[in-house]
Design a binder for this molecule. Structure first.
Ligand code: FES
Length: 90
C-alpha cells in the first residue's frame, strides 16, 4: 500500500472548494490546507475519524476501516486516493 500516488482533484460540493491533491500529499492534508475543518486521529487508515461522505469518483480505498459496502458512499481521507476527480459531500 502506498500512501502517496498520482495527483487527483477533490471537489467539495458543500463548501464549493476544489482541492488539488499533490502526489506527496494526503487528501486530508490538502483539505486542511484549504481551510476545511477536518477531524482526524491516527492518520493511518485505522480509526475512521477522518471519513467523509463520497458522492462520486474512482476511489482507491487504502484504509483498513470501511466495510466493503461502505466504500461506495464514504472515503477515508488520510490514506485513500482517487483517479481523476472525486466529489465529496463536505
Ligand atoms: S485519521 Fe484515522 S483513519 Fe484517518
Amino acid at each position: 500500500m502506498s500512501l502517496f500516488g498520482q495527483p487527483f482533484t477533490a471537489k467539495c460540493l458543500k463548501s464549493g472548494i476544489t482541492v488539488e491533491v499533490q502526489e506527496g500529499q494526503s487528501l486530508l492534508q490538502a483539505l486542511l490546507d484549504a481551510g476545511i475543518p477536518m477531524d482526524y486521529s491516527c492518520e493511518g487508515g485505522l480509526c475512521g475519524t477522518c471519513v467523509v461522505p463520497l458522492v462520486s469518483g474512482d476511489v482507491e480505498h487504502n484504509d483498513e476501516f470501511l466495510m466493503d459496502d461502505e466504500q461506495e458512499t464514504r472515503m477515508i481521507t488520510c490514506v485513500s486516493r482517487a483517479n481523476g476527480v472525486v466529489e465529496l459531500d463536505i
